[in-house]
Write a protein that binds this ligand. Structure first.
Ligand code: TTP
Ligand code: MG
Ligand code: MG
Length: 496
């Protein structure tokens, strides 16, 4: 879809970062290149409402062009483990065991590792080495299911402190080279390289994909798409990859394109240790053959619905009548999918964001009964509160809202939160208020999971004077599971 219009208020429909843009173009015509339909804006066929059309208005062509990188560490947790167990290199290894699966050091200094075939329980895989993936093992797969595929794979327990340490190391190495960086989780970041490169990116998506529809012969990508520009991008990318390896001993994969959407797609294309640089000109050959579900934002359910209407690849999606897509998926999501398939995405790299909440949770090896296993549950909750408290200290936050999450054996999830009279990050306070939250739940079924969460966060340097931290009293860590008595701050609790 290529829109030419006078002045349209356009909802670009990009999730929570949605914004309104006034697009100025002329004349008042709207043409859909992929399906060759042409509409005058004042004579649109019903039922295509103006709102649907507004959502299909594409990005203005005057935006400065950018070079955005997406960097993702390769088999992150597993690769960190291989740093301390180098003898496991080349072997299928999965991370996801319990403390009991810690390797045992023998008298001669060699190590004995747990293997998947001996595993019994309900644990899942966090990640695995590429050797394990080769036989079908993947993240989120049950360990027992994985054992059927790779019985000899080594099983290691997860060590989140270590992964967080390596996460900080690689991010700080990148920040030294390219500070305009957005943290997207433990092993990935976006980086805006436009300033580092000191040169603009390629022409914008409208023009490039428009030209693409008109055939390869007319395909023009502008003067900046020359070998010198691309080698400069490659050189900067390589220096970033080298810095990550030097700081951590680990490899990563990078995608570099004019926007986040394409870069996220591209960092996956050449894993591990990959580097993929694409311009808009490459969309038809490199992006359109990929399955539609490889777009971040098209999950398994949407992919199945697309498949049902004959859309399998991103190219199929790009060629599909956008108005029918809007009919099928709604104005925001339908328009977003259409634009995504054409490689259009204007989101900025956001360098700083405050967490909304911090949480810890655990799934039990076997379902626990709130009464029969009261003591064990109490101890688990205490440990989670201690971990949450340590997270708050490390991230330099205080909380005023403590919540619990329970998943019962029928998979129903219940959450309860309480607002505290003052900010805290003390494990004993958190444990007390988590216990109070539990008194508000009817605990009749067995539990699969318990979690504790801190919302309403306040940075330690912005803490109001009256919220001076109170250490509580030591006995609170030994409180029974559902204790509501002996509050450290004697104020009424609020349900929220
Ligand atoms: P990913 O980047 O998705 O995966 P990865 O780094 O292990 O492998 P790849 O080379 O394909 O990028 O996730 C980063 C880490 O997050 C991963 O090492 C473990 C953790 N994780 C989970 O705990 N559960 C999950 O379901 C996934 C996908 C990841
Ligand atoms: Mg990764
Ligand atoms: Mg990742």
């Amino acid at each position: 879809m290529y829109v030419k219009a006078g002045a349209i208020k356009a909802d670009t429909g990009f999730g929570s970062g949605r914004e309104s843009t006034t697009v100025r173009r002329s004349p008042l015509a709207l043409s859909c290149r992929p399906c060759s339909r042409l509409f005058r804006l004042d004579a649109l066929p019903l039922p295509h409402s103006s709102r649907k059309i507004a959502n299909l208005v594409l990005m203005p062509g005057s935006k400065p062009q950018r070079w955005i990188a997406h960097l993702d560490m390769d088999a992150f947790y597993a690769s960190v483990e291989l740093l301390r167990y180098p003898e496991l290199r080349g072997r299928p290894v999965v991370v996801g065991g319990r403390r009991a699966h810690q390797p045992v050091v023998n008298e001669d200094g060699s190590r004995t590792y747990a293997v998947l075939r001996d595993y019994v329980g309900r644990g899942v895989i966090t990640t695995s080495t590429y050797e394990a993936r080769a036989v079908g093992v993947k993240s989120a797969m049950g360990l027992m299911k994985a054992a059927a595929l790779a019985p000899d794979a080594v099983l290691l327990p997860a060590d989140f402190d270590q992964y967080r340490h390596f996460s900080r190391l690689f991010k700080s190495a990148v920040a030294h080279i390219a500070p305009n960086m957005e943290d997207r989780g433990i092993d990935e970041i976006y980086i805006d390289l436009t300033d580092v490169l000191g040169m603009p990116g390629m022409p914008d998506g409208d023009n490039a994909t428009l030209a693409a529809h008109e055939g390869a012969a007319r395909y023009e990508v502008g003067a900046s798409n020359d070998d010198a520009a691309l080698s400069r991008v490659r050189a900067v990318a390589q220096s970033i990859k080298d810095a990550v390896r030097e700081a951590t001993g680990l490899s990563c994969s990078m995608g570099i394109t004019p926007n986040k959407l394409l870069s996220k797609l591209c960092s996956e294309l050449d894993k591990p240790d990959g580097l993929t640089i694409l311009t808009f000109a490459d969309i038809p050959t490199r992006i359109w053959p990929l399955p539609a579900r490889s777009i971040n934002g098209i999950g398994p359910k949407a992919a199945a619905r697309l498949e049902a209407i004959g859309i399998r690849t991103i190219g199929d999606l790009a060629a599909y009548d956008p108005l029918r897509l809007v009919d099928e998926f709604g104005s925001n999501y339908g328009a977003w999918m259409h634009n995504a398939a054409h490689g259009r995405d204007e989101r900025n790299v956001v360098t700083h964001s405050e967490p909304k909440s911090i949480s810890r949770e655990t799934t039990f090896e076997r379902d626990l009964h709130p009464r029969g296993d009261r003591e064990a549950l109490g101890a688990i909750l205490t440990r989670l509160c201690e971990q949450l408290s340590a997270d708050l200290v490390r991230k330099r936050y205080y909380t005023r809202t403590v919540g619990v999450k329970l998943r019962f054996d029928d998979f129903k999830i219940v959450t309860r939160v309480l607002t505290l009279p003052a900010h805290t990050r003390d494990a004993r306070d958190i444990r007390l208020w988590a216990g109070r939250c539990l008194t508000k739940v009817a605990l009749e079924r067995r539990l699969r999971l318990i979690g504790v969460r801190a919302d309403n966060l306040c940075r330690e340097d912005a803490l109001p004077a009256q919220s001076a931290p109170d250490a509580g009293d030591a006995d609170q860590m030994a409180l029974p599971l559902f204790a509501a008595e002996a509050a450290p701050h004697d104020h009424p609790a609020q349900d929220s």
